[in-house]
Design a protein around this ligand. Structure first.
Ligand SMILES: [Fe+2]
Length: 131
């Protein structure tokens, strides 16, 4: 999964965080393909979950500060992702679920769709407010 300009929201701080998020998904994907141990994979999933929370908080802080009307719906999407990753992490740790192409595809597709469709909605407002 590669960063490309069509993923840019024209705010360097947020683009940087999106790049880190994509890097983490790629790291997880590579670790899965390299058949790394459960502990190593679990550690990367932990990182992905923690970084997602951190990144979403950044976006939500700006949305609130700038009184973005789409904030509640946007926050709901973030929460849906966190819930899904948390469940995935639990199931993985308990051995109920393996890392699969399906899981990786879900993560990649969600991030791309969310950036292109949902994040792009706040761009004009963020730019107006000097970001
Ligand atoms: Fe977002």
């Amino acid at each position: 999964m590669k960063w490309s300009d069509d993923l840019s929201v024209q705010v360097s701080e947020i683009d940087g965080q999106h790049k880190n998020l994509i890097d983490l998904i790629n790291t997880l994907h590579d670790a899965m393909l390299a058949k790394q141990g459960k502990q190593a994979l679990s550690g990367i999933i932990d990182e992905l979950a923690a970084y997602s929370v951190y990144h979403f908080k950044t976006e939500e802080k700006y949305m609130q500060n700038f009184k973005f009307t789409g904030y509640p719906a946007h926050k709901k999407e973030h929460e849906g992702f966190i819930t899904k990753v948390d469940k995935f992490q639990n199931d993985f740790d308990e051995g109920k679920l393996g890392l699969s192409i399906e899981v990786m595809t879900f993560l990649r597709d969600w991030v791309v769709k969310h950036i292109k469709e949902t994040d792009k909605m706040y761009v004009a407002l963020f730019k107006e407010n000097g970001l």
